[in-house]
Design a protein. Structure first.
Length: 241
């Protein structure tokens, strides 16, 4: 398959960061807000993080129509922590966990289970939603830690992202990778004032396509050595404030 290296186009979940400072909204201070237009609809998928009085903290995903102004909506916040696939007009799929006798002191007494305990299905804004719920221990053992790299370049194929010459400059380990391949899915862009990409954040979840068994998860912070303009991306694939 031929890979285009001059024009970087992500046909994936592409959520653009447009708030790195606290914005007051009613009783909530919004610390982070990301958004992506759901292709083929007038809907936008938001990912937010906010703080309220008495140290209350809320975060998650919510779907709103593009004509609506974003607001914290606890009632309609989707019940999962991470997306497990690229959202589309037919279905949005995410994962979460519950104890199932594996929290706190029961953690090491329990046997890890990596298969779904249950799957809740419902609709939000006329889009089918699936929340795949795992046992807490199984979820925590498969959900990997944070990786952070500086990268030389990145390109895409139809279903994957490739990052090259990665160097871990934040830890004492000094890990070097010639190449890192991740599937397209939950990907965030952080932009500077010139609309250049400062950081790419990848939340990758791998599930068995048939059984939905939790295979692994990882979070990668990837900082390009050279800034890339967001104009290299299709406008339809990201939302701008």
């Amino acid at each position: 398959m031929k890979i285009k290296t001059h024009t970087i186009v992500f046909s994936m979940l592409l959520i653009c960061f447009y708030s790195c400072s606290f914005d007051k909204q009613g009783q909530w201070d919004i610390s982070e807000l990301y958004a992506q237009k759901i292709e083929g609809t007038s809907k936008i998928l938001y990912k937010y993080d906010a703080w309220g009085g008495r140290d209350s903290h809320t975060y998650g995903f919510v779907i709103l129509d593009s004509t609506e102004i974003f607001k914290i909506d606890l009632k309609n916040t989707l019940p999962f922590y991470k997306l497990s696939d690229i959202p589309n007009k037919n279905k949005i799929e995410g994962i979460s966990h519950e104890c199932y006798n594996s929290c706190e002191e029961e953690y090491y007494k329990s046997k890890p289970n990596y298969k779904p305990m249950k799957i809740n299905k419902f609709q939000s804004n006329n889009i089918n939603i699936e929340n795949i719920i795992y046992q807490y221990r199984g979820y925590s053992e498969k959900d990997g830690g944070l990786e952070s790299y500086v990268i030389d370049k990145f390109i895409e194929t139809k279903d994957s992202l490739f990052f090259y010459n990665l160097n871990d400059v934040e830890s004492m380990n000094g890990i070097h990778l010639d190449e890192l391949k991740v599937k397209k899915g939950e990907v965030y862009l952080q932009l500077n004032n010139n609309k250049e990409i400062q950081k790419i954040i990848v939340e990758q979840i791998n599930l068995d396509p048939i059984t939905k068994e939790f295979i692994d998860g990882r979070t990668c912070f990837l900082t390009p050595k050279k800034k890339h303009s967001q104009m290299n991306f299709h406008k339809e694939e990201y939302f701008e404030k």
